[in-house]
Design a protein. Structure first.
Length: 342
């Protein structure tokens, strides 16, 4: 690919998809399609042993040598009893260290086929030319079988789950709540709820924990757009000398306020504006737009879902925010992990 001027050649893996991407001159679209068809038709795993060591090193950096990595791994393994979302994306050290190339080839034959593939091309090319080139070259890839929907269902959580881990990093905590998938009608409201709680400097937890009480040095949230039901996570890193117990109590206090009083119109408007800005910023260049289109086609079943979500955010009401807070932000639905200094 580098011989045709490709840059930013890379790949990424998440729970729901694996993506390969690059930027190429429009004039070399045919050469890119030829190279990709050869890679997926007759791959050579000549760098297997070197890549295995690289993955092990990434695992050390992201999990073992990272406070948030360690905490997130513990949080997911505790929150999920049955679903694969409880496993780390990068896997476990024993699996990587003792991986065999035969297993790799089996995995490739099973999943890396035309039926599981989504190709997204964004840039200065005509749609009919891109389609013709893809059909001519990428059409050579073995069709295979389309992946089936995962049959594992995570049982309803009936009681709070807790864990305390110790490490050399600053004390921190995370609270996770089970919530529905990106295709569920409650998802836009849960996304906005996370934004209201910990989305920016004007969020409730930042104002309470960082500015007012000086308990936390950092607050954040995550609510991954997922194919299956996942977690809404609230995180906080303790300020020097602050107690994790006080931080958790303050978080629950802010959650209870929303459960009882709801959110204001202006507060909700700011949250919608931040989410729309984040999405539109991602689509400002060809690479970001391509990733977004491909992501929602794979995870949500249609590339249109990403645009539908932007419209649905604007229709969410304060009443709906309060309703999802009462429905999902319950203690019996919570998984709490503290990290204390060793």
């Amino acid at each position: 690919l580098h011989y045709i001027g490709a840059v930013a050649v890379n790949g990424s893996t998440s729970y729901d998809w694996t993506a390969f991407y690059c930027r190429i001159p429009a004039a070399h679209l045919k050469h890119w399609a030829l190279a990709e068809s050869q890679r997926f038709t007759n791959p050579a795993f000549r760098c297997f042993w070197e890549e295995r060591q690289i993955v092990l090193e990434e695992m050390r950096q992201r999990v073992f040598d990272s406070g948030w990595g360690r905490l997130n791994a513990e949080l997911r393994s505790l929150a999920f009893c049955n679903h694969p979302y409880g496993h780390p994306i990068i896997g476990y050290e024993r699996d990587v260290r003792f991986a065999r190339i035969e297993r790799l080839r089996e995995q490739f034959r099973r999943f890396y086929c035309g039926a599981n593939m989504v190709v997204v091309i964004v840039g200065g090319v005509k749609a009919e030319d891109a389609r013709r080139i893809c059909e001519e070259y990428l059409g050579r890839i073995r069709a295979g079988r389309r992946r089936v929907e995962l049959g594992v269902v995570e049982p309803r959580q009936e009681a709070e789950r807790r864990a305390v881990i110790r490490g050399m990093w600053a004390p921190r905590l995370a609270i996770a709540f089970h919530r529905p998938s990106v295709r569920h009608h409650d998802f836009p409201a849960t996304e906005l709820l996370g934004q209201v709680l910990a989305g920016a400097f004007t969020s409730r937890l930042y104002k309470r924990l960082v500015e007012k009480d000086s308990l936390a040095a950092y607050v954040s949230w995550s609510n991954r757009d997922s194919r299956y039901p996942d977690l809404l996570v609230l995180r906080a890193m303790a300020a020097e000398g602050a107690s994790l117990a006080r931080i958790e109590a303050a978080i629950w206090d802010e959650i209870e306020r929303i459960r009882k009083e709801g959110v204001g119109e202006e507060e909700l408007r700011r949250a919608v504006k931040r989410l729309r800005f984040r999405a539109l910023k991602e689509m400002c260049d060809n690479a970001g737009l391509a990733r977004r289109l491909g992501f929602y086609e794979v995870v949500g079943g249609s590339w249109r879902l990403g645009f539908d979500l932007l419209r649905r955010f604007q229709k969410v009401t304060p009443k709906e925010i309060r309703a999802v807070a009462r429905k999902y932000l319950r203690r019996s639905n919570a998984t709490v992990v503290w990290m204390e200094r060793r």
